[in-house]
Design a protein around this ligand. Structure first.
Ligand SMILES: C[S@@+](CC[C@H](N)C(=O)[O-])C[C@H]1O[C@@H](n2cnc3c(N)ncnc32)[C@H](O)[C@@H]1O
Length: 273
């Protein structure tokens, strides 16, 4: 049976969705979905899933628009944008990730572009962006918690982590900053440049989970929202990306409650000048 997709409103300048489809995208949670295109990405320690990013790109762009990811890693944003006929630009400090991304989607520097380097510098050469979606390093947690590499026998990303890894040895790699305030300041400096390259009335989405700092639970989401508001972005809400198949760890058992983070905070902001 063909389902009624609903009607497209000609006044819609944001995306190509019908009213019915738009409404589905406004739910405050989304259940993470895997696809066959995710498999090659697991050579990277913290990739997005393609379908999760497609869901966002569908909401915040029309066909032919340009999507930017300043921490593009294995190139998932480029894959998702290409699947939906959007142009894309990714930046990552690790040159190996460009090779990995190129195995997933053909980088041609016109419709699919990958710049190797520090986003703090590379963003100065970019303009006219319609949507930014990205996930920065989660402070220093890859190296700090010995949580880098996943078990080889488990091919999807819910495999348990078995050893330490960092993205690079570069000082400009945000994952190598060991002071949390300094991490937020460095991220803020890159987000300020993102503000400049993003077209007015367009959106930026930051994806991060909360995490512990010195073994204490921390409200990272609160700090990120404040940081983005201080730059001038308008907060548009947080969607919870549910990751219901990760392993559970008995961190505090049987003495104290310790949370297992099985979701990401998908934080939306709009540039309104
Ligand atoms: C959480 S990962 C992003 C993963 C990506 N979403 C994916 O699907 O593969 C963060 C990335 O930021 C990169 N990175 C860290 N500091 C950077 C900087 N200053 N400029 C550009 N990339 C940086 C790391 O190399 C890493 O690949």
């Amino acid at each position: 049976m063909v389902q009624n997709k609903g009607k497209y409103d000609e006044r819609n300048r944001l995306n190509d969705l019908t009213g019915k489809e738009w409404l589905q995208h406004t739910k405050s949670f989304y259940v993470s979905k895997r696809s066959i295109q995710d498999k090659p990405a697991f050579e990277h320690p913290a990739p997005f899933l393609v379908k999760d990013i497609e869901w966002l790109i569908e909401m915040f762009t029309k066909e032919g628009m340009t999507v930017l990811d300043p921490f593009v890693g294995s190139g998932t944003t480029l894959v998702a944008a290409n699947n939906l006929n959007r142009r894309s630009i990714g930046i990552d400090i690790n040159p190996e990730y460009m090779k990995l991304a190129n195995k997933r989607v053909k980088i041609d520097n016109k419709d699919v572009c990958f710049e190797v380097g520090n986003s703090g510098e590379k963003l100065s050469d970019i303009s006219n962006i319609d949507y930014i979606v990205t996930s920065p390093p989660y402070f220093n947690i890859l190296s700090n918690k010995g949580s880098g590499i996943r078990k080889k026998s488990e091919h999807f990303r819910n495999g348990s982590r078995v050893s330490v890894e960092t993205y690079t040895d570069e000082v400009k790699d945000l994952g190598n900053i060991n002071d949390y305030s300094e991490f937020i300041e460095s991220l803020a400096s890159i987000m300020t440049k993102c503000f400049l390259v993003l077209n007015n009335k367009k959106y930026i989405t930051l994806i991060l989970s909360d995490f512990t700092i010195n073994k204490e639970e921390h409200n990272v989401q609160g700090d990120i929202v404040k940081m983005m508001e201080d730059i001038g972005f308008k907060f548009a809400g947080t969607v919870i990306l549910l990751q219901n198949s990760k392993p559970l760890y008995p961190f505090g058992y049987p003495y104290a409650y310790k949370i297992n983070h099985h979701h990401q905070n998908v934080m939306h902001f709009r540039k309104e000048e």
